[in-house]
Design a protein around this ligand. Structure first.
Ligand code: 2RA
Length: 329
């Protein structure tokens, strides 16, 4: 299978190549794509060097699949051009997520909705993916009435500039700032830009994408997204108001039986998810599961996952695996 990876030199693109290799995706020809200034440079896949192509050359090659992680503007401009030559695009930007004609897919939840006609498929936002994967079985079993989410997000979600800012701050050196404030020894309640209503784009993604993926606009969602000096993954505190009574043991059972979810939850042994241990893994880790005694039918939980993997690259590759396994490409 001819596969293009657009944004191959970026942080997510590099993880994409790693995950494609780890999962032995059936690639017969890899077409790495990056910005004009990177054309001709090399990237490594399965210990072999591959030359970076221009977008035009990659489109002309007519790959079966193109996995994008190159920002919304690039995706808006070039995803349709790939689709026109018959390529199925899996896009990791926000460009197509809320487009009513495009599917927003977490394979374990809604890949079955995909058809051959879906030529541009949207990969959800990282903080959404890890959360909805845990919420989906609860919505199925009990119905979800309301979600109150607080996120504690890795600086890798901002990009390499933020990682470099944190490293400089650790080293006590000056450098380019991704944020107008220090990241080290700080917590910044602003992931992405603010909208008119006082919420950030990140917070509104959690609201809108959750309702679309779970296909239920009646779910009330509110979120506060915070950036913290961590690199391994995103953590989220989620308060879940269900539409029916529950037993905590049944919540654990339902989550334990969910593909892609690992429950780590034993206060007696200080067992709970933490980003330093989630880094490099593909699962979504759930713990601190406990009834919210302040409100009926409500449960609290803590959800952690590597935002570059299940939050981006792995989810996109899993969409590709579903397409291949079901003869949709
Ligand atoms: C973030 N969710 O963490 C976004 C991914 N770029 O900032």
């Amino acid at each position: 299978m001819k596969v293009a990876v657009v944004g191959a030199t970026g942080m997510v693109g590099q993880v994409m190549l790693k995950v494609l290799a780890e999962r032995d995706f059936p690639i017969t020809e890899l077409i790495p794509v990056a910005s004009e200034r990177s054309v001709g440079k090399k990237v490594t896949y399965k210990d072999k060097e591959y030359t970076i192509h221009s977008m035009e050359d990659a489109i002309a090659a007519k790959p079966q699949i193109a996995i994008f992680s190159a920002g919304g503007n690039t995706s808006k401009e070039f995803a349709p051009k790939f689709a026109e030559v018959g390529t199925t695009v899996i896009d990791n930007s926000s460009a197509w997520r809320m487009d009513p004609t495009k599917k927003l897919v977490v394979p374990e939840i809604n890949a079955t909705s995909l058809t051959k006609e879906d030529k541009i498929i949207a990969n959800p936002n990282c903080s959404t993916i890890q959360m909805v994967l845990a919420m989906s079985p609860l919505h199925r079993e009990y119905g979800i009435k309301r979600l109150v989410i607080s996120t504690y997000q890795s600086i890798t979600g901002t990009g390499v500039k933020a990682v470099e800012q944190l490293e400089n701050e650790y080293a006590g050196e000056k450098g380019e700032m991704a944020y107008p404030y220090p990241i080290h020894r700080n917590a910044i309640p602003a992931c992405d830009v603010f909208e008119e209503n006082g919420y950030t784009k990140e917070e509104l993604k959690l609201v809108n994408e959750t309702q679309k993926i779970l296909d239920d606009r009646s779910i009330a969602v509110t979120a506060t997204a915070v950036r913290i000096p961590v690199v391994g993954g995103h953590s989220e505190s989620v308060n879940v108001e269900l539409r029916a009574p529950f037993e905590e043991k049944d919540i654990r059972k339902v989550l334990n039986e969910t593909s892609g979810v690992t429950v780590q939850d034993n206060p007696d042994t200080n067992t709970y998810p933490m980003p330093i241990y989630a880094e490099g893994k593909n699962d979504v880790f759930v713990g601190r599961i406990r009834r919210d005694y302040s409100q009926e039918n409500t449960v609290n939980m803590w959800i952690v996952s590597d935002n570059l993997r299940k939050g981006a690259a792995t989810n996109a590759v899993q969409i590709g695996e579903y397409l291949v396994a079901n003869g949709l490409v």
